[in-house]
Design a protein around this ligand. Structure first.
Ligand code: CP3
Length: 367
């Protein structure tokens, strides 16, 4: 049965001859799979009581990120408890600005805070260029440890924020409702804005290169805030830098396997062709993008990841299963779909509901 399904999904259109047994990596490269892989963005997090217990032991979120044994422990929790088909490094996108010299605080229940945000060219000039094996050594140690502990069970995804998304936090000083401070910078002082994005891009390239060397088997670029820009500004201030990263990240890992690059632009549905043109292997879609329409627009040059509205997980488990099956059908039967949510799982989702999503995605029968 699995073999038949694999054949029904067709052959890889990928030029590389390298093959892998992992469902997730195969789907990223549009190779035939016996069933679709599934994982959830933010799968290691507060909806899991086990995560909350480990975070309490760590004495806070940043300590958890900076203690490789504990970061490893929470990375593995959704593998053991939920049975997902990929692990994602436990960390945060904001460790990059911190490594570039900015003080970072995570205040309980309030999200991230930079007490001294970037506001002008002088602030940009004060940023440093971190060596990932020095300032971000704890991330590399966590990756090495996770690979060892996973022992080949599922592949390990590394990640970064996009330069634009990182810059929004660095300039706003934290989360924002209307992003007026970073938008003021791009319109009133575009030279400093581009300088900042250049510096972050360089750090991100070094960071992802080191993640691949340390064992990340795929990497995801989160552009959570690309969708707040006009088309013109998205291309100039976000896409352009994402493209440079996609082009620069090593395509092959130390084990000789292809390392797929996933680009997730939340709210990026109107720029699908531009995003595919970055050369990424996989595009993350949010729930506002119709899968059939997305495939029609970009053809078969990329795989898709997504895209159920995370709020569907508030529905009863039978409804979650129904909606998950509907999503799989909408993505169709050709290879190159990784089931996921269209954004991170929310902290107040019952564990049983998250399991209903994973199980429905894995129990897929028929096309
Ligand atoms: O997906 C995973 O399980 C891996 C871990 C991961 C975290 N953050 C852990 C985290 C990943 C991939 C991220 C990415 C991230 N971080 C993004 C991009 C993806 C997205 O969700 O849009 C962004 C914008 C951030 C920045 C960030 N970190 C914010 C805005 C917040 C506060 C809001 C919130 O969700 O709490 C965080 C904190 C954070 N990052 C938590 C976790 C588990 C919660 C902190 C806690 O446990 O108290």
């Amino acid at each position: 049965m699995p073999d038949e399904r694999g054949r029904a999904r067709g052959c890889a259109n990928n030029s590389e001859n390298m093959t892998t047994e992992h469902l997730f990596l195969r789907a990223c490269l549009r190779q035939a799979v016996p069933r679709r892989p599934v994982w959830m963005m933010r799968q290691a997090g507060r909806y899991l009581p086990e995560y909350r217990a480990t975070r309490a032991r760590a004495g806070g979120f940043l300590n958890l990120c900076k203690t490789p044994e504990l970061a490893c422990e929470v990375t593995l929790q959704p593998i053991d408890l939920m049975g997902v088909d990929a692990a994602i490094l436990f960390s945060d996108i904001l460790v990059i600005p911190e490594a570039m010299g900015m003080e970072l605080q995570f205040l309980e229940g309030e999200g991230p805070h930079f007490p001294n945000p970037i506001r002008n060219a002088a602030d940009v000039a004060k940023l440093t260029d971190p060596d990932p094996e020095v300032e971000l050594r704890y991330v590399m140690d966590a990756l090495r440890l996770i690979r060892k502990e996973l022992n080949g069970r599922v592949p390990l995804i590394g990640f970064t924020g996009s330069p634009w998304t990182l810059a929004t936090y660095m300039v706003e000083g934290g989360g924002s409702k209307n992003f007026s401070t970073i938008k003021k910078m791009i319109y009133a002082d575009p030279v400093s804005a581009h300088k900042l994005l250049e510096r972050v891009t360089e750090s991100v390239i070094a960071y992802l290169t080191a993640q691949v060397a340390a064992g990340a088997q795929a990497v995801q670029i989160f552009d959570t805030w690309g969708g707040i820009l006009s088309t013109l500004d998205f291309r100039a201030f976000s896409l352009n830098y994402i493209k440079r990263i996609v082009q620069a990240v090593p395509k092959v890992g130390p084990d000789g396997q292809r390392v797929p690059v996933i680009v997730f632009v939340k709210g990026g549905g109107q720029w699908l062709e531009d995003i595919a043109d970055t050369g990424c292997d996989v595009m993350g879609l949010d729930w506002t993008t119709d899968p059939t329409e997305a495939r029609r627009r970009v053809g078969d040059r990329v795989a898709f990841q997504g895209n159920m509205d995370p709020c569907v997980l508030y529905a009863p488990p039978e409804v979650i299963a129904q909606r998950t099956r509907a999503m799989l059908t909408a993505f169709g039967d050709d290879p190159g779909h990784i089931a996921n949510l269209g954004h991170g799982i929310l902290p107040d989702i019952p564990v049983e509901h998250a399991k209903a999503f994973i199980q429905a995605a894995q129990a897929e029968i028929g096309g």
